[in-house]
Ligand binder design. Sequence first.
Ligand SMILES: [Zn+2]
Length: 252
Amino acid sequence: MELTIAQKLDALLKLQSLDSQLDELIKIRGGLPEEVRDLEDDIAGFETRIGKFQGEIKTLEEEIERNRVAKKDAEKLITKYKDQQMNVRNNREFDAISKEIELQSLEIELVEKRGNESQFRVRGKEEEIKTTQAALNERKEDLKAKKQELDQITSESQEEEKEIIKQRDQQATTIIEPRLLNSYKKIRGNALNGLAVVMVKRGACGGCFNVVPPQRQADIKDKKKIIVCEHCGRIFADVEGVPEPALTGRGR
Ligand SMILES: [Zn+2]
């Protein structure tokens, strides 16, 4: 059965009201989902950073171990050379071994210095891990709180939302013809406040607040055809209250 224009406008207004209720529910949930995502990104970033520091510490510790072994080897050589010095046959041999001992002593100094540097860098990395870990823990606490808040708001509004969506889909698919529904969606998509169907309120468009001339208001109230706002393109469902008295035309 073909609907009259008045029935089509009623159906559109009902659809608009349901969509506006959904918009409101989503607004109540606000930026929480985004905040949760941001926090999760931060946490993943901090965890990656800590992992990187731990990898660097492992490399440094391997270096420290190599230096420790090198020092031990040099000390063993020095002990061995000192034993040999006891049994030298002449000064020349003694001096040659002294030189070797001196070289190994320098080697010990070098690997000790390198070892200390590595130790110092390990402590730096550990400090960075500590700072990062503190920031990570803070974000984790924030995330827990935000998630709880989101869960609560979501569960509170979920039932309501489901019911509205059901009504909305029924309204959209069974009552409103596809061509009209498409215009509605297009207008709604372009409107910042999500309003595609508005009332004329106190002589002005309920969407963009531009004045609607009295004759136009009278035509809107007649509901003989679908009239859109010439400024914003929104569909006029009706005129709220009594139309402003027309200066020309039918003299309502
Ligand atoms: Zn308008």
